[in-house]
Design a protein around this ligand. Structure first.
Ligand SMILES: [Zn+2]
Length: 88
């Protein structure tokens, strides 16, 4: 009987028997540095009065994205729409 070791990226779940491939995968992901401003929308009914329509997230590579949850009929995970912030 052979024992097979499988490595898994703790960020995205990719698996491989090649440890270095997974180490490279893990180092390719950026980290959340800060969750910043939230935008609410008073004209958009209940959902976005209570919860933010968009949230700014700053990442370890220096980029920031606005995330917007929630499109009708789509799950929250599928609906997250990152939008790059151009501050230049
Ligand atoms: Zn990964």
């Amino acid at each position: 009987m052979k024992v097979i070791t499988i490595y898994e990226c703790e960020c995205c779940g990719e698996t491989s028997v090649d440890k270095y491939r997974i180490m490279e995968c893990e180092s390719s992901h950026v980290s959340v540095i800060r969750v910043g401003k939230s935008r609410y929308d008073s004209n958009d009914g209940y959902a976005f009065k209570k919860y933010p329509r968009s949230i700014r997230v700053d990442f370890s590579d220096g980029k920031s994205l606005w995330y917007e949850p929630f499109v009708k009929g789509v799950s929250l995970e599928e609906a997250a729409v990152p939008t790059e912030i151009d501050e230049g």
